[in-house]
Design a binder for this molecule. Structure first.
Ligand SMILES: Cc1cc2nc3c(=O)[nH]c(=O)nc-3n(C[C@H](O)[C@H](O)[C@H](O)COP(=O)(O)OP(=O)(O)OC[C@H]3O[C@@H](n4cnc5c(N)ncnc54)[C@H](O)[C@@H]3O)c2cc1C
Ligand SMILES: *[C@@H]1O[C@H](CO)[C@@H](O)[C@H](O)[C@H]1NC(C)=O
Ligand SMILES: *[C@@H]1O[C@H](CO)[C@@H](O)[C@H](O)[C@H]1NC(C)=O
Ligand SMILES: *[C@@H]1O[C@H](CO)[C@@H](O)[C@H](O)[C@H]1NC(C)=O
Ligand SMILES: *[C@@H]1O[C@H](CO)[C@@H](O)[C@H](O)[C@H]1NC(C)=O
Ligand SMILES: *[C@@H]1O[C@H](CO)[C@@H](O)[C@H](O)[C@H]1NC(C)=O
Length: 472
């Protein structure tokens, strides 16, 4: 007789768990009340750009899925502060997408109008050294020029690290300033490369590979007239609309605490999720990983030694952001941190990257960069001190006002990757080789940074993912 919970049947009686019967039982439907057993084609873990895209695309192919997300919303790094009482809307995570069919189709599918990005949307930059507390009135930060684009063209596989050759040219593993010097990049292109928006970590110690992968042909196009964002300046609207549509198949404030992933498509995957309404068993044909898969996050997924040897090499960087008002700062100015005396005027760490105006008068968003983790109170206190310094620099400010912090997000772990020796050792090819292994697929940001590319790569992978599920 075919069990009602046929997807929950374990791969093989012997092997996976040996004699540990209690452990086996936790993956069996009979150990749960039936309302806590979910059978579905796909388990998607993480509801940011990648996971939400996959969920909607699978729904549109009449596939079933369960999406598990740790927070109480979808969107991940897309984050919008909204206050209906004042009408404030402040995007303080993802700002910009490429004007490409994949973006237009996804926004249109989720009933959200797009408009073209104007460079003035980001405010008029004024430079200060936030660490040394001095104004840099004569400084203008350089932008990348044709010599930078020539390097992108030369190493065009860096647009997507899925295409990285097994033999990685050693120049690409130089820190960007050393690479720039070696290939003769202009001062402006070097500064531009070191200062792509929302880049975590010390830019002076970031490899050329990482900088050219982030600041790639997609990013340069976005900043040269081909950028779009939600017309109402609320980039989260697609995610709220998605959640309203797929709510019944989304487990918010939930996480996976144990997993059994079989060796073949027939065995599928069994996952145990902690949810606000208790423990649930999710039995799926294929598993889609759509969160930043650092070792602390993947250790509940029952990794085997092959997976461990690859995934354990990943680490992420720290990056934070928030929204502040009552600043008394000048409207339309993007207060930007630049080093007075540092190489290429790189901002010193830790510190505020910039305090930028939003579409909502009086509301600014800020980004904060540091090489080691900090708490919200530490970051808000440091940002407050920076704002106080800026107030002291503005002649017209007669009253110093007390900054009011109204929202915050920890974007860490961000820009995941392995160390240089692993990259040289062909790590990206090994990671790519894990796609589909033990019924598991990895779609979140790793090989690419921009959401446009995360969506494009997900769309490109879905036929293989659906194909694997069809073998069940
Ligand atoms: C400040 C900032 C600005 C950016 N600006 C842009 C921009 O303008 N344009 C652009 O294209 N890209 C931008 N990015 C890059 C951004 O990372 C990508 O666009 C995109 O959001 C990556 O998608 P993702 O799905 O991989 O990750 P995310 O969008 O971060 O989604 C990951 C999701 O997984 C969830 N999660 C984490 N751990 C678990 C777990 N264990 N179980 C379940 N769920 C979990 C998280 O809560 C989150 O919802 C920016 C990033 C930052 C931090
Ligand atoms: C999904 O189902 C709907 C309604 O049954 C049908 O109209 C549509 O063609 C199906 N789509 C796909 C991709 O199978
Ligand atoms: C470098 O950038 C600055 C600021 O944008 C600009 O004034 C200057 O002309 C640029 N220099 C060169 C050589 O392009
Ligand atoms: C600051 O923002 C908060 C939250 O939106 C709002 O309640 C408050 O009125 C705002 N204050 C000012 C001075 O704009
Ligand atoms: C930075 O350099 C200037 C002149 O080049 C010097 O006057 C100043 O003291 C330096 N500041 C710091 C903090 O080193
Ligand atoms: C999408 O993927 C295809 C296939 O890899 C690639 O040719 C194309 O450039 C990508 N487009 C974007 C916008 O990333």
């Amino acid at each position: 007789m075919l069990s009602k919970f046929f997807l929950c049947v374990l791969a093989s009686a012997a092997g996976t768990f040996g004699s540990t019967l209690p452990k086996r039982a936790q993956f069996e439907a009979s150990s749960y009340s039936s309302k806590n057993v979910i059978q579905t084609d796909f388990a998607i873990i993480g509801g940011g750009a990648a996971g939400t895209y996959a969920a909607i695309a699978l729904k549109d192919q009449n596939k079933t899925f369960t999406l598990v997300e740790t927070t109480n919303r979808l969107g991940g790094h897309t984050r919008t502060f909204r206050d209906p009482s004042t009408g404030a809307v402040v995007d303080f995570g993802v700002q910009i997408h490429l004007d490409a069919p994949i973006v237009r189709n996804f926004f249109s599918r989720l009933n959200t109008a797009l408009s073209q990005v104007q460079l003035t949307d980001f405010g008029l930059p004024k430079y200060f050294d936030f660490t040394q507390r001095v104004a840099l009135p004569n400084y203008v930060r350089g932008n990348v020029g044709p010599d930078y684009i020539a390097q992108l063209n030369k190493y065009s596989y860096l647009d997507d690290l899925n295409n990285l050759p097994a033999q990685v040219p050693s120049d690409l593993l130089l820190n960007f300033p050393d690479f720039a010097k070696k290939v003769g990049l202009s001062e402006n292109s070097t500064e531009g490369g070191l200062n792509w928006p929302a880049t975590p970590g010390d830019p002076l110690k970031t490899t050329a590979l990482a900088i050219l992968n982030d600041g790639n042909h997609v990013e340069t196009a976005e900043f040269q007239g081909a950028g779009v964002h939600a017309a109402n300046r609320d980039n989260s609207q697609i995610f709220r609309n998605a959640l309203a549509e797929i709510q019944a198949d989304v487990l918010l404030q939930s996480s996976i605490v144990a997993a059994n992933r079989g060796p073949t498509p027939k065995s599928g995957v069994q996952l145990i999720a902690n949810t606000p309404t208790g423990k649930k068993l999710i039995c799926a044909k294929q598993l889609i990983i759509a969160f930043p898969y650092t070792p602390d996050q993947t250790n509940s997924f029952g990794l085997d030694s092959k997976e461990k040897s690859i995934l354990s090499k990943i680490s992420g960087k720290y990056f934070y952001g928030g929204v502040v008002n009552n600043t008394n700062l000048q409207a339309g100015v993007a207060y930007t941190n630049a080093g007075a005396n540092t190489s290429f005027h790189a901002a010193s760490l830790p510190g505020v990257v910039e305090i930028a105006p939003s579409v909502s008068p009086g509301y600014y968003f800020y980004w904060y960069n540091t090489v080691s983790p900090l708490t919200r109170p530490q970051i808000e206190s440091a940002t407050r001190d920076t704002i106080k310094f800026l107030q002291s620099q503005i002649a017209a400010t007669t009253t110093a006002s007390e900054p009011n912090f109204v929202d915050f997000q920890d974007f860490s772990p961000f820009h995941l990757g392995p160390g240089n020796s692993d990259i040289a050792d062909g790590w990206y090819n090994k990671m790519k080789g894990l796609q589909g292994y033990r019924n598991t697929w990895y779609i979140s940001s790793l090989f690419v940074v921009a959401a446009t590319q995360v969506w494009n790569n997900t769309a490109n992978m879905l036929p293989s993912i659906v194909g694997a599920a069809n073998l069940h």
